[in-house]
Write a protein that binds this ligand. Structure first.
Ligand code: ADP
Length: 348
């Protein structure tokens, strides 16, 4: 992702750290995702009643939707310690073994990007998840011995943006499987309103509604947009965020009324201009727009698909007639994606 385009990037950026106080610590303060919250609330209550650790939880969904937040809520609600790591940070078996054996009993152990765990570490994790022990090999060759090392009971929260890349032996060891989808604007509006109260920002109803429609259905983006609007309100206005100010602010940031930024529009234009509306493969498209395939798939596509501008078909990515309309490009009927009723099976 180019430096100038990172504003709407839902991946964590250092500045977001300052807003850790926006992270809800109780399930009741986690906005939206009602079904997921109801189920999780029941599992937590049941585990607490039995005075057991909660079953391992698999969390799947695009970045910035609340996976880390949910792990910290689980820890808080279970009165347990939270340990956070991410799979790319774990290089050697001893990195994982060190973490596992030093957990306090009942801890919530959060591993982000779990699809990137190395195979040797994955095997160690299966055994730890199932038997609360690890097999540690000492020595080499014929003299090698396996030592069984106990691991305190813990709840693993494994998060991923790419559930399809998690191996089935690992996946099958999670007892609870939760999927986070992009939030509808009404739920994003609740998040913006909650954050504005915590940050003591004056924000009117129309302004929060407008912002919620331009936040890519992503709480992290919504909170970031709110903070930028606070800057605009402070310098250009009287400190309150109004609809007028949001409109000015969004224009300055290059975000249009559908919440698309320049790079989103570039993706759609590239498919139209270079690939006659598609289909085009993800790798080819990523190269054409100068992004990694991961960024294209995890960040840009979910929102473009949700807005109905893009489709993932078995033959590749295609733009829809809505995209032509939004960009004001004349429509070539031969080259657009079929309507929803006409389309065959799409990749999930
Ligand atoms: P992920 O781990 O999926 O990338 P995070 O859990 O770090 O996302 O969430 C990003 C930010 O968005 C958090 O700091 C939190 O303040 C906010 N957030 C996410 N989901 C919610 C929610 N449902 N309600 C309120 N705030 C949320």
């Amino acid at each position: 992702m180019n430096e100038n385009d990172t504003f709407l990037d839902p991946s964590f950026q250092p500045l977001d750290d300052m807003e850790n106080n926006l992270r809800p610590s109780l399930l009741k303060d986690f906005q939206g995702q009602q079904e997921l919250k109801d189920n999780l609330g029941i599992f937590i209550a049941a585990a607490r009643e039995r005075q057991e650790s909660l079953d391992h939880i698999f969390l799947n969904g695009p970045p910035g939707l609340g996976k880390t937040t949910l792990a910290s809520i689980v820890a808080h609600e279970m009165h347990a310690e939270l340990r956070i790591t991410s799979a790319p940070a774990l290089e050697k078996p001893k990195d994982l073994a060190g973490l596992l054996t030093s957990l306090t009993p009942g801890s919530v152990f959060f591993i982000d990007e779990i699809h990137r765990l190395r195979p040797a570490l994955e095997e160690m994790l299966y055994v730890a998840m199932e038997d609360f022990q690890i097999d540690w090999v000492i020595g080499q060759g014929p003299a090698a011995r396996t030592l069984r090392v106990p691991v305190p009971p813990f709840t693993l929260v494994g998060a991923t943006t790419k559930a399809g890349m998690v191996s089935s032996p690992l996946y099958s060891r999670f007892g609870i499987n939760l999927r986070l989808d992009l939030y509808p604007p009404e739920e994003i509006q609740l998040i913006i309103q909650r954050s504005s109260h915590i940050l003591d920002i004056s924000l009117d109803e129309q302004a929060s509604q407008k912002l919620s429609r331009c936040s890519r259905g992503t709480p992290r983006v919504a909170n970031r947009l709110l903070r930028r609007m606070r800057d605009f309100a402070q310098v250009l206005g009287d400190g309150s965020i109004t609809q007028d100010l949001v409109e000015q602010g969004l224009t300055r940031l290059g975000i249009d009324e559908q919440g698309l930024e320049e790079q989103d529009r570039r993706i759609l234009r590239t498919i139209i201009e270079f690939y006659q509306g598609g289909p085009v493969g993800a790798e080819t498209l990523a190269i054409s727009i100068g992004e990694s395939t991961d960024t294209l798939e995890d960040f840009y596509e979910p929102y473009l698909i949700q807005k109905g501008f893009l489709q993932r078909t078995p033959r590749g990515r295609m733009v829809t007639s809505l995209a032509y309309g939004h960009l004001g490009v004349e429509l070539d009927h031969k080259s657009i994606a079929p309507n929803r009723e006409q389309q065959g099976d799409l990749f999930p």
